[in-house]
Ligand binder design. Structure first.
Ligand SMILES: Nc1nc2c(ncn2[C@@H]2O[C@H](COP(=O)(O)OP(=O)(O)OP(=O)(O)O)[C@@H](O)[C@H]2O)c(=O)[nH]1
Ligand SMILES: [Mg+2]
Length: 627
């Protein structure tokens, strides 16, 4: 086990084929990262290799670095990208006898597209001369990049020169690297899947964003497989909890090895699902406009490319949001139409290569993992949780609290804190589980009040506005949002009555010119009060229909079935007659009660059903008794 003060970070090599990356890893760590028989035979790295390096920072802190050794050959750039997705520092290698070469350049661009900020540069094979010349070349090539001031150390694994200096430089550079954060959003992009006899399926990768525990329930995307972690190791040591920033191997014995592959991601189910149409900000390096090679050509709208995200490589079509192609040195918003979904967070970076996998064309950053709305406008600060929360709510109008920015590099606590601050500043409204833009909320309140007042004016006989009507009139799709709006209205001078909302002072009244119709309807219902005419018969026209609805809403008429209405007093009267009859004669059938009350089956059946529902009577076979 590592001491608590140990910091976990990841280093990856980079540089042209045959420039001595693997030899240097072996000299630094004692581990030969070329593990495949074919790699050893051909003396070339094909796939990722792994080692570990324990360092002491200048301040005495212990640093434990996972080392990923990548291939330099142009045919294996795909594997190289899979190795550097979550690294803290690049060990950037240029051979003294060869200088700056095509994959030196391509790897540099890939590192920069992925936002790698730190590097130590090794001028390898220093025993073969040209150290000064190559050092100058490197300085001039790195001018204007994130690595412009990175240390350059000449090394030779033949003579052992510089290995110690290199180790010290790595420790110094890593000591200023930000530690990996635990935001309780673990992701492990799988880079290896294999099976061990008697142990079962094992997947490995670099863990970021949170811890993973033995016994924890996890999900694998995009295959959507849920399973439990049986055991965890890091660099061969059995762990209870794996920390972010560590190379991690997890044993998933319940999953068949052929159902998982490199590129899949291990995470927890609470963070949302992968998406196929992310909105992104694309960027094309300006380093390319010097030469007229394929990578330098503008990236056109609707190009079909490969997107490299995490350890995955996915076919994609690019839909540029702004006119014209993406030229070298430009940034443009685009939507990616992915052949297979990726589990991306806001702020994740990726690399774009051409469909024949020959060239690196561009890079980018995810603005919206599930891009279906309008994209985030440029100019917001990706690293500022306030600005991100504010913009997201402004753009969408409202959001559910629990999944607001769940796929981002901020913890739930940081997001909650931002909500509190933004609410205090009056920029957003937080109501139970939803968050609404303040301006939108203000407008909705005004519109709702206007809608209710207009309804009272136009239909004074109605109790108010039906909630469903209000919802569609205001264009509110989310039921929780409507609910919150009603609660807000009711805090002012509005009242909710069943499925209606009205001004508290509103008393429904029939317009005078309709009052004769009301009289006629009351008379019709009162003539044979226990067996009145059907609803159809008493409301032959829209005016009469309006009156019946008014009488129902005001409680003067009771609707016991869609076609049967009774005056309230008739209903109460029938109820007491039923009580009387059953108390005297014991349980009675519909037919007995119908005869006793002088009613009909048409009225009696729904009446008794209603009394049953109210808990007044109870059914016993075909008879009714009192509760
Ligand atoms: N003279 C000399 N040869 C070296 C040195 N470092 C590496 N080599 C040789 O260079 C060749 C390539 O070394 P590797 O470490 O496999 O190169 P690599 O960069 O890992 O190659 P890929 O992974 O295939 O891109 C091997 O034959 C090494 O022995 C050095 O410092 N001096
Ligand atoms: Mg190698």
């Amino acid at each position: 086990m590592y001491a608590v003060t140990t910091r976990h970070l990841i280093i990856a090599t980079a540089g042209h084929v045959d420039h001595g990356k693997s030899a240097l890893v072996k000299a630094l760590t004692g581990t030969d990262p070329d593990r495949l028989p074919e790699e050893r035979k051909r003396q070339i790295t094909i796939d990722l290799g792994f080692a570990e390096l324990n360092l002491t920072a200048p301040d005495g802190d212990r640093i434990h670095a996972g080392v990923v050794d990548v291939p330099g050959h142009e045919d294996f750039v795909r594997n190289m990208i899979a190795g550097i997705g979550s690294i803290d520092l690049a060990l950037f290698v240029v051979a003294a006898d060869d200088g700056w070469m095509p994959q030196t350049e391509e790897h540099l661009q890939i590192l920069s597209y992925l936002g790698v900020q730190r590097a130590v540069i090794a001028v390898t094979k220093s025993d073969l001369g040209q150290v000064e010349f190559v050092t100058n070349e490197i300085r001039s090539q790195l001018h204007g990049t994130a690595f412009a001031n990175s240390p350059i150390v000449p090394t030779s694994v033949r003579t052992g020169t510089g290995v110690e200096r290199l180790t010290a430089a790595l420790a110094t550079e890593l000591s200023s690297a930000k530690p990996h954060r635990n935001i309780s959003k673990p992701r492990l992009f799988i880079d290896r899947v294999f099976t061990l006899r008697g142990v079962g399926t094992i997947v490995t990768g670099t863990l970021t964003g949170g811890v993973l525990r033995r016994g924890q329930q996890i999900i694998i995307y995009p295959v959507n497989l849920k399973t439990r972690i049986r055991s965890i190791q890091s660099h061969g040591i059995e762990l209870e909890v794996a920390q972010p920033g560590t190379r991690t191997a997890i044993n998933l014995p319940d999953l068949p090895v052929d159902q998982i592959k490199r590129g899949d991601v291990v995470t927890v189910a609470s963070l949302g699902e992968p998406g196929s149409t992310p909105v992104v900000l694309l960027e094309k390096s300006s380093r390319l406009d010097r030469e007229d090679r394929v990578p330098g050509r503008p990236l056109k709208n609707r190009s079909v490319v490969y997107v490299h995200h995490g350890t995955s490589r996915v076919a994609a079509k690019i839909a540029l949001r702004e006119g014209g192609p993406l030229e070298a040195g430009q940034k443009k918003v685009a939507q990616l139409k992915l052949g297979s979904p990726i589990f991306a967070f806001i702020g994740d970076r990726f690399v774009i290569r051409d469909s024949s996998e020959q060239h690196t064309l561009a890079g980018g950053v995810v603005l919206e993992p599930d891009g279906n709305g309008k994209s985030l406008t440029s100019g917001f600060r990706m690293d500022d949780v306030h600005s991100l929360v504010r913009l997201t709510i402004k753009r969408r109008g409202f959001a559910h609290r629990e999944n607001l920015l769940s796929k981002s590099q901020f913890s739930a606590d940081e997001i909650s804190e931002a909500l509190i601050r933004l609410q205090a500043r009056g920029e957003i409204i937080v109501r139970q589980r939803i968050v609404v833009d303040h301006e939108l909320w203000r407008k909705l309140n005004i519109q709702a009040a206007r809608l209710i007042d207009e309804a009272h004016n136009q239909n004074p006989q109605r109790a108010g506005v039906d909630l469903n009507e209000m919802r569609s009139a205001l264009g509110i799709k989310n039921p929780q949002m409507l609910e919150a709006l009603i609660v807000d209205l009711c805090r002012r001078d509005f009242t909710r009555k069943g499925s209606m909302v009205a001004r508290t002072a509103h008393r429904p009244t029939l317009p005078t010119h309709i009052q004769p119709v009301e009289k006629k309807i009351r008379e019709a219902l009162g003539k044979q009060p226990f067996d009145p005419p059907s609803r159809k018969a008493i409301e032959p026209d829209p005016q009469a229909r309006q009156v019946v609805r008014f009488l129902i809403e005001s409680g003067e008429v009771i609707e016991i079935a869609s076609d049967v209405v009774l005056l309230r007093e008739s209903f109460e009267h029938m109820k007491s007659r039923v009580t009387e009859f059953v108390s005297k004669n014991g349980p009675a059938t519909v037919s007995q009660l119908r005869q006793a009350l002088g009613s009909s089956r048409r009225v009696m059946v729904p009446l008794l059903e209603r009394l049953d529902r109210e808990g007044f009577t109870r059914r016993l076979g075909d008879k009714r008794c009192l509760r």
